[in-house]
Design a protein around this ligand. Sequence first.
Ligand code: F6R
Length: 598
Amino acid sequence: MCGIVGIAKRRDHVIKDLIAALKKLEYRGYDSAGIAVLSNGTIHVIKGVGTIDKVINSTRSIKDGNVGIGHTRWATHGGVSKENAHPHISCNGEVAVVHNGTLDDFNIIRDKLIRKGHKFSSETDTEVIAHLIEEKLAEIGDPVKAFSQAIYELKGSYAIASIIKGYNFILLARNKSPLVIGVGNGENYCASDVAALLHKTNRFIFLKDGEIALITPDRVDIWYLSESTMKKVENKIEVIDWSPQLLDKGNYEYFMLKEIYEQPYILNKLANSIDYYKKFSDQLLRYSESGGISIVAAGTSYHAGLIGKFLLSKLAGMRSEVIIASEFPEWSHHVNKSDTILAISQSGETADVLEAVRIAKSRGAKVLSIANVPGSTLTRLSDETAFIQAGPEIGVAATKTFLAQVAVLYIISSLISGKSTVRIKDGLINVAKELESSMEHISTISRRISSLLMDREHVFFLGRGINYPTALEGALKLKEISYIHAEGYPAGEYKHGPLALIEKGVPSIVLVPSDERTREKIIYNIMEIRSRGAFTITIQPKSVNIPSDFSLPLDVKSELTSPMIYVVPLQLIAYHTAVSLGRNPDKPRNLAKSVTVE
Ligand code: F6R
């Protein structure tokens, strides 16, 4: 969703750098963009609807400077328009603000400011911040105090960066929206996530809720804002070992394809770091002895969570429940201090997940998390985090991080079950080998399958047991990037309703289990839908030959690791269908990579 950047340099100009950093945030999704630059003591703003490139073309019309802020906007308050794009400036043009988040009750502040003579030019909640800072500046004079007093009046979620005429620094504030500070040499930065700044630095300070900060080219000062007073906080710099090359598409047409192809390498990496997950597994086991385990996640991570529940039950005999993060407030009345939340999130910034975690923490529950992005808010809220080590994921549709989440859940469940490191490693290496050797073949067949789907209105995905969530994931991938309606179902549940939609030619993609008992049942389900005219596509173990209209045989050594194999053709089917339909799989309409609003 909205992305923020800020750069303070000693001498050089910032516009080029602001645009480069903003472009690294494009993957979060946006509809408009803008920058504000301090030059010769004056603030110059340029903003507009459309791509950052469009803004670049018009930057020639503004003066460059050495301190600036930038923004990519994903509309929430107010439509997509130049007026609503950020940065927003105050009446006298002396304060510019960019903001990610949503302010509660901002109309009350707005009305108060209007009564004092402020004139608003947008429908956004953000604009009140600029006017409020201007108001406080007039009262107090000192820019840092004025900024902190303005922030103290805000409610809701915000990551804010602001520049003020005549001052060579950027002021920051954070509450429930991500904001990181990048530490450079003779220049310092801020951004919504580390991906925006990795090409500049690998040294970061992660701001916490309630903190405000000041960054100059040479200094970073942080305070905790409590009861309108500021308490100085020590700067804790962390080094992030993600390589900036991971943010490059290389020879791939799209990030999504690159990320799908990275999967065997990630599996090999995880297979070689099983010991890293021992402490986490021990902790989960210990916590489970005092109460229940609630797995909480959204979207693709929710599907990984369902597989996690299966693995914990099957391998470790451990009871758990899975709650969709956005439903947690309504479905969690039983969760209390003896329980544990196992939160799963790629970004670690999904607002629904964070809200669920905060509710659980407020009741005294323990929080363990499985995350990808170092330093993300979820990791700060957790007692312990297991990182999935997948590297940055730029394609909006989660691919490699789903596989890595499943692999980590497999490792954790296996460790709790007492399986040896060698056996766990073998299980993962086998999957990695099958994917490595079959990737090109899987891609060719998936492209062929996509040609059978691209003119269909509905596609169904069926699975049983551990691959029922894989079917859900296949349907989610197809619908979110190709815009074809797709449904995932447990194959046995199909006859309790959706079978009514089966008529001649409706495609159903069936994931055939390697486990004989479940396979027998799915064969019956396939016969049922074929007899009603469904066009069946099976993804099945090489060792069997289940009749269908089209099939992709794969080497599946174990049912428990099969989701990591079966999901890959499903990702590639979605990818090829989207590309054949002329849709950009990296940036599906209406979707954002990091969903930071509830
Ligand atoms: C789908 C997808 C989303 C995310 C969901 C949760 O391809 O990417 O459904 O899985 O928004 O995101 P995280 O895992 O960052 O909490």
